[in-house]
Design a protein around this ligand. Structure first.
Ligand code: FER
Length: 187
């Protein structure tokens, strides 16, 4: 499934925008949880246009610069809403290098284990702090309380991320505590 297709349709469904606007939203908002390469976005816009799911008008920006302003077509909106309504099966657990290393922990010394876990813990704490800062400034928690707003979607995604990081941190701390309390002679 071309998920990027739906990310783009979803954004254009909110507002008509140029490729540049779209890129900005990707870089500022979606990038938090949905990374896309710049090089993928323009070809996808072309495909969506060719398929009649979006259309564009050429607008003049300033004196000379022509830009394509994309809007969603009726067919595009139908496709997007169908995709939204579809129920998704769980995907396999995303790959995580640290988890794989953890699996092979028996080949590390106790010192290496702790070093690795403390480093992950530092990074996770920093990430959580960033997320919590975003939450404290989030427009939904401040002034909007309408679940039918784009801000609500971002807010609940962010809330989920904060909960996930708390759980991850608890797991790291639990492992550290266990490793530190373990005193087998060969350590
Ligand atoms: C945000 C929404 C989601 C945000 C971060 C996320 C920094 C992170 C999501 C994740 O890590 O799963 O507004 O702001």
């Amino acid at each position: 499934m071309r998920t990027l297709k739906y990310a783009i349709l979803g954004l254009i469904n909110r507002n008509s925008m140029t490729g540049y606007d779209l890129m900005k939203v990707f870089n500022l908002e979606l990038v938090n949880f949905w990374y896309a390469k710049h090089s993928q976005i323009y070809p996808e816009l072309k495909k969506l246009t060719d398929d009649g799911l979006i259309t564009y008008e050429t607008v003049l920006l300033g004196d000379k610069l022509e830009k394509k302003l994309y809007s969603i077509t009726q067919e595009g909106r139908k496709d997007f809403l169908n995709w939204l309504a579809k129920q998704d099966q769980l995907e396999p657990t995303p790959k995580d290098i640290f988890r794989l290393k953890t699996f092979f922990i028996e080949s590390m010394t106790r010192e290496e284990m702790l070093k690795q876990f403390y480093y992950q813990l530092d990074q996770r704490k920093a990430k959580l702090k960033k997320l919590e800062t975003s939450m404290s400034q989030h427009p939904y928690s401040k002034e909007i309380s309408d679940i039918a707003s784009p801000e609500y979607g971002d807010y609940i995604v962010l809330k989920g991320a904060i909960m996930r990081e708390h759980t991850y941190i608890d797991w790291l701390k639990g492992c550290i505590k266990e490793i530190e309390s373990f005193t087998k002679p060969h350590f």
